[in-house]
Design a protein around this ligand. Sequence first.
Ligand code: ZN
Length: 426
Amino acid sequence: MTVISTADAAGLGDFIDASPSPFHVCATVATALDEAGYTPLAETDDWTGAADGRHYVVRGGSIIAWDAAAVADDLRFRIVGGHTDSPNLRVKQNPDRTAAGLATVALEPYGGAWLNSWLDRDLGLSGRLAYDDDGAVGFRLVRIDEPILRVPQLAIHLSDDRKGVHLDPQRHVDAIRGVGEAQPLLDFVAQRAGLRPESVLGWELMTHDVAPSQVIGAAGDLLSAPRLDNQATCYAGLRALLDAGDAVAAGAVRMLALFDHEEVGSGSERGASSDFLVTVCERIVAADGGGRDEFLRAMAASVCVSGDMAHATHPNYTERHEPSHRIAVGGGPVLKVNQNLRYASDAIGEAEFALACRAADVPLQRYVHRADLPCGSTIGPLTAMRTGLLTVDVGAPQLAMHSCRELMGTADVPMYSAALAAFLRR
Ligand code: ZN
C-alpha cells in the first residue's frame, strides 16, 4: 500500500525559514501541533491522568510531542528522534568591537560550521533573551531577518597563494555591522524584542542566512536551504506524526523527540544525553497509573528511529564515498550503519526501518562511511545509551552538510516523511 504524505519541499522551506534557531524550531513545531489539537504540558505540572491524548513538552531548545490516543496496558513507544540545532556563528558575551573604522560583532563558531560557507552572505540574528521580569527571569524569542551582519572574505590578491583560504575561528569570523560607531548590539536586539535594554541579563544569539529557501534546478527537483541538517528531519518527523492518522494500534504511543545541542555533543540538560526523553516516557506511563515495572516493560517493547541527514554522493568527489554504497539525491531514505557504533543501527533496528520503507512503498538506501575517513555521529548512539531503547539511525540524502547553505532533492522530502509515518504506525 502506498502511503501519501503531505510533506513536500516547499513546506520544508517554509519550516526552515520560520526557524532560524533551535528555539524557533520548537516554536514552529509547537504552533503546528497546536493547530492539530495537541496541548502543551509543562514539566512542572502534575501529569496524573493528563498524558493520554496529544501533548507536547518543551525544554529549552528541545521538544517532545506524543499521540497517546489509545494507550492500553501493553504500552510501548514508537519514537522518531532528531535535532533542532545547526552549526552557525554565535554572538560572544561582549560582542561590540571596532576595527579599521568599522563596527564589528564578535562571533564564535557553534558546532562544526564549515566556516568558508559563512563568508560573503547577508546574515540576520535570532535566538532568545532572558530578562528581569519584576525580579523573576523571563525569556523572549527574537528574530531579525534583515541583513544586519556580514563576514567579508579576504580579497584573493591579499591571500598567501591565491589557492586556498585559511580561516581562524578566533580571528576571521567577526561580522561587520556598519561604518564607524554603532549602537551596542544587545541594546539593538533588546529593542527589537520589545524589551528595555537594561532588563536583558542573558542571551543565546546566533546568525542565519537571510536568503529564503528555494526550490532550484532545471526541473525544480532540488531544495537549496540553510539548516537542512537537521530541520529536514524535524519537518519530516512532524509531518509524519501529524499524517500518521489516529493512533489506534494497541498500546502504541507515537512520539517525536527533537533535541538541541547535537552539533556540540548533546551533553546538556536538554540534549540527547539528558534525561529528557526517558523522564517523559516514564511520566506518560506513571500518568496512566503504571509503576516502574510497567515503565521498564514499555521501554523494552519500544523502538526509536534516530533521524539525521545523510551524505549523498558528491558528483565532484565520488572517490570520497564508499564504493557500492552510492547514495543518490532523490533516491529515498537512508539507513546509516557503522561497525564502530558512530551510528546505533543493528540488524533488528535495520529491519524495523526497512519494514517501514516497505509499508510506505519508498526505496531504502544503505550508507556506510569510508573506513579511512572519520565518521560523524548523531543522537542515535547517545539515545540508545541513555534509554536502552532499540535505536536505528536513518536520514535523508543531502549535499554540503554543515554548510551555511545546503542542498537536497525535493523528492526525498515526502519519501522520508512517509517512511517515518509508516514507522510510527507500526
Ligand atoms: Zn545532524
